[in-house]
Design a protein around this ligand. Structure first.
Ligand code: SAM
Ligand code: SF4
Length: 439
């Protein structure tokens, strides 16, 4: 291996789990002599870490690949890889449609990347979209550490057994698997040693976490309480949760675990019981609302977040109105909403679409309501004292930006170093962020 590092460019699409996976891929390829760079120009290897959750994902990947043709022509040694859920779903088809792709790797096989890279370097095509027996994270080689800010993601659970009628995750990420407790703790301690002060635990259904330790089964609440004992780790978050896995001890942890931040992403998708049933969500709107009451009883100032899909097959105006009513009842502090997108291979893809103009109109009405709630939650922070973990310099001179306990971006005039957790009084609420002053 030459001493000059080879340049690796990774472009990441989609969820936070992909962000985490990209970091792990960079580390694994670090062991092969790669150093991550910010631009594809001059790279020795380009990896697209793709997302398949909504339509046109594969088309976007092909058009992005097309943009690298010139780079490949200028440097025939450039290797191009496709990773993530589009790689899992499309497999060898990617190399057939775009022969300049050297490597296709599904999300469960990243620990095999070093061998695959060597194969690609020797001029062969490398393809791996298996669901291997071994857990990828526990077999990923460690290379050069990516540079670290004060916050980090840590995947504790992967895959999903819920099979919501619209969703590709069970097909692209496979069955639900939890990482062993000891591995998670070791990784968290390593992150804290590198200066991380806030960890977000990731999983497609993170609150379904059931890790093993000493022959015992640990739920997410127990894991969080154990992580909270790590000195130097100040904040813990987790995402994404399913309402049916919100167990009592996890709700209680929101009330009594100080390091667990008052923000919860708990998607419901629809407020109509008829649609929830057709989505195979396994709960009603009332059950979700009761759950939120219990969570708020444990932590009254918790900021609720969620996901909604509008225009699901057979959704009527009445169903949509039930969604709007549920949103009014919950009063979200932050929320994501999407127009339904048929995913080939999922049960809902066989059903007739609702009229697209109606779906667009519903999405707009829902987003208007959600934006109003989001803004109101932000405005309500003015005058309050919050903790802010500073992550980087702001755009204005002498300004720092960080996240509040409730995950609001906060700008403060100060020269505290990145990674400082400070008490701040919120003085202003802007369109997308807050401003405050040090206490
Ligand atoms: N496991 C999480 C849950 O159950 O809420 C969410 C996982 S998914 C990666 C993130 C969000 O994408 C979902 O909550 C849903 O709102 C949205 N989504 C998934 N499939 C979709 C589809 N076919 N069309 C539109 N939105 C979709
Ligand atoms: Fe997809 Fe979440 Fe449903 Fe699993 S629980 S199928 S990841 S939406």
């Amino acid at each position: 291996m030459s001493d000059v590092p080879k340049k690796l460019y990774i472009k990441t699409y989609g969820c936070q789990m992909n962000v985490y996976d990209s970091e792990r891929m960079a580390e694994a390829l670090g062991g092969q002599g790669y150093e991550q760079v910010d631009s594809p120009e001059g790279a020795d290897m380009i990896v697209l870490n793709t997302c398949h959750i909504r339509e046109k994902a594969a088309e976007k990947v092909y058009s992005e690949l097309g943009r690298y043709k010139g780079l490949k022509a200028a440097n025939p040694d450039l290797k191009i890889g496709v990773a993530g859920c589009v790689a899992q779903a499309e497999g060898a088809e990617i190399m057939r449609r775009q022969p300049m792709v050297d490597l296709v790797v599904g999300p469960q096989s990243y620990h095999r990347l070093p061998e695959m890279e060597a194969k690609a370097r020797s001029g062969e095509k490398a393809l791996d979209t298996d669901f291997p027996e071994e857990l990828k994270f526990d077999h990923l080689p460690k290379g050069r550490k990516a540079s670290r800010g004060p916050t980090a993601f840590l995947t504790v659970q992967e895959g999903c057994d819920k099979f919501c009628a619209f969703c590709v995750v069970p097909y692209t990420r496979g069955a639900e698997v939890s990482r062993p407790v000891s591995r998670v703790l070791r990784e968290a301690e390593g992150l804290v040693e590198q200066g991380v002060r806030e960890i977000t635990l990731l999983g497609q259904n993170v609150n379904a976490y059931h890790g093993q330790e000493g022959g015992e089964d640990w739920g997410l609440a127990r894991l969080i309480r154990r992580l909270a004992e790590i000195d130097g780790l100040d904040r813990i978050r987790f995402t994404t949760s399913h309402p049916n896995d919100m167990e009592d001890d996890l709700i209680a942890a929101h009330g009594d675990c100080e390091k667990l931040m008052p923000y919860l992403h708990l998607p419901v998708q629809s407020g109509s019981d008829r649609i929830l049933k057709r989505m195979n969500r396994g709960h009603t709107a009332q059950e979700y609302l009761r759950l939120i009451e219990r969570i708020r009883a444990a932590r009254p100032d918790i900021l609720m977040s969620g996901d909604f899909i509008v225009g699901f097959p057979e959704e009527t105006e009445e169903d949509f109105q039930a969604t709007m009513d549920l949103v009014e009842a919950v009063n979200y502090g932050q929320c994501f909403s999407f127009k339904y997108s048929a995913r080939p291979g999922t049960p809902a893809a066989e059903r007739p679409l609702v009229e697209q103009a109606a779906a667009d109109d519903r999405l707009q009405r829902l987003q208007t309501l959600l934006t109003t709630q989001q803004r109101a939650a932000q405005d309500a922070m003015v005058g309050r004292e919050v903790g802010v973990l500073f992550e980087k310099a702001g755009r204005l001179p002498g300004q720092m930006v960080g996240k509040s306990d409730h995950l609001h971006a906060v700008h403060v005039q100060c020269d505290l170093p990145v990674g400082t957790l400070a008490r701040v009084r919120i003085t202003e609420s802007g369109p997308n962020s807050l401003a405050g002053e040090l206490l």
